[in-house]
Design a protein around this ligand. Sequence first.
Ligand code: CA
Ligand code: CA
Ligand code: CA
Ligand code: CA
Length: 345
Amino acid sequence: MNWNADTEVWTGVPVCTSYPSGVTVFGDGVGDVDGDGTPEIGVGCYGGTPGGWLFEWDGSEYVQVWHADYPGQEPVIESVAIGDADNDGTIEFCFGTGNVHVIGWDGSVYYEKATLTGPTNMLAGLNIGDCDTDGQNEIKGCEILGGTGTEFIWKYVIPESIPPVTTCSLEGELVDGVYRSNVTVSLTAVDEGSGVLYTKYNLDEGAWVTYTTPFVVSDDGAHIVRYYSVDRAGNMEAEQQSLFTILHTLPFSIDVSGGVGVSVVIRNNGSAAFTQIPYSIFLDGGIQLKANETSGKILQLLPGASTLKKLPVLGFGKVTITVTVDTIQVTKKGFVFLFFILGVQ
Ligand SMILES: [Ca+2]
Ligand SMILES: [Ca+2]
Ligand SMILES: [Ca+2]
Ligand SMILES: [Ca+2]
């Protein structure tokens, strides 16, 4: 505050000058209960008939927008709090007259959303905050003067029994049911009723962890992600699982041999079929009198199956043979003599 007491003044504007006889203004709080952009001032009292007031600035003065009396109950004194007591995104005005009154806005009028019983004596020091760090606010109050000195924390729980539903999505380069790249795993949970409290998962039977952001799986092989979510009413989703396999490199063996032309035997040593696998055979060096390369796609290679690809030769001299199958590359040396290739190693 950059206030200079010698040169500046605070102008006093009364909020209310017409409280009932015997009422002394006590604790207050400020918050926009009706969500119209202008905060209300919530006021409690000591003396007179116990009650609460809401005032709102109308552009030129503070006007009373809500008031209720609770005759026979305890003075409110400073048990006044304004905040989102029921975690629905709107602000409530709360005050205690023994009971705690939770005043909200229904879209057209202020109304008593809830009355919290339990305390029977005068309350002091009402607060709204996330006392148990679960991401949801609670109301905290305590009895004083003539009471038992009991403290109360009220937690708002939506009674419901529908567990959340978690969806697992996998992002990566999926070919023939196998991821040929790292996989990013995202978990999205929705809940009917109280809302999702947390989502847990484990990867490949590891420790359960709380999900916060998508994670990347990069190891080759079969993977399993187990997951479930819990809502704010304590409903637990049945465990789900997602299975996937990552193979950055196909489980192929490649045998290159000579004789009449270059012979390449490609074998699938894995347990899944693969289709549309690109391959090429390339000859470099010597004197080539024929096309020195061939390429194409292996339409399908079943588990345990192999395929033979050939490159005819005609020429003379030392050559380097490069065979590429998908991401696998094999290089051999040999010697071309007319239609033959010899000494491949
Ligand atoms: Ca308002
Ligand atoms: Ca609320
Ligand atoms: Ca909480
Ligand atoms: Ca639920």
